[in-house]
Design a protein around this ligand. Sequence first.
Ligand SMILES: Nc1ncnc2c1ncn2[C@@H]1O[C@H](COP(=O)(O)OP(=O)(O)O)[C@@H](O)[C@H]1O
Ligand SMILES: [Mg+2]
Length: 325
Amino acid sequence: MPGAIYAEGLVKTFGDVRALDGVDLDVPEGTVLGLLGPNGAGKTTAVRCLTTLLRPDSGSAVVAGIDVLKHPDAVRRSIGLSGQFAAVDEYLTGRENLQMVGRLYQMRAKAAKARAAELLEQFDLADAADRPTKTYSGGMRRRLDLAAALVVSPPVMFMDEPTTGLDPRNRQLLWDVIKRLVSGGTTLLLTTQYLEEADHLAHDIAVVDHGRLIAQGTSDQLKARTGGERVEVVVHERDDIATASEVLRGFGKGETTVEDHTRKLTVPVTGGAKLLAEVIRELDTRGIEIDDIGLRRPTLDDVFLSLTGHVAEEAVTSNEEDVKK
Ligand SMILES: Nc1ncnc2c1ncn2[C@@H]1O[C@H](COP(=O)(O)OP(=O)(O)O)[C@@H](O)[C@H]1O
Ligand SMILES: [Mg+2]
């Protein structure tokens, strides 16, 4: 059974730019897929194809069980979309905007009013509800945009970089809302440039670069591909390095590396915190004094770097420079 969002071989070109170069996706119902990639990777193009706003050159897509190319209108009724291109009317108040969306979806006036009030509360916009949205800050607009996508609770949601450019407080607020939404059973495809965001919100992560999926898996699986977790120990006495190295060899899943001048030993492991505790006990039993010990897990930054040969954040800058030329 294909998932709630399914795509096969999506290709979209703009002139000689292959924005999507054969993308396959399968998002099980009730889960979150994080589409992660730098600026220009093809994320927005993918979202636009899946939400009927753009017709792919080739490939197929099924969303909420409906063929996107054959029945775009039916797809539109089953999805919510928030992102860079969603419209909020500047001259209406936040409340009016949300009520209008409700009416567009054929809600009765009273129900639309109640839903708007509920969302304004939830998104911390109640105080600003009756001001025209042109007076809103960037973070407030973003929240209103997301609230608008949630007026009717669609079974499938798309969010295109929902938190790009937000301050940490607003980002946290949106994360909380997104988590609550997903716990209600919504299937979500979320695009992001932030590795941390995908790590935080997504069950599965698809890494996209130059219109292609270059890796897919859970955050842990992607991290494991870069070598997985390691134990790092700094011993107090240089003379203990040899013994400590022997101890680590007993626990490690690979070669122990030693940095003499910092007295730091590193060994790849599996087993997490429990194993770490055992290592500490064993070092203690042997009478080895340690200055520092820890379990180091690769971050998604490490993952991106090892997959693409460049850092996600750096790629953003170089892309912007390309545009200026
Ligand atoms: N309407 C368009 N016309 C021409 N080129 C486009 C258009 N939309 C996107 N592109 C190009 O397609 C590529 C992917 O863009 P996009 O999907 O917006 O990436 P992302 O959302 O990951 O930043 C980029 O090289 C972009 O310049
Ligand atoms: Mg985009």
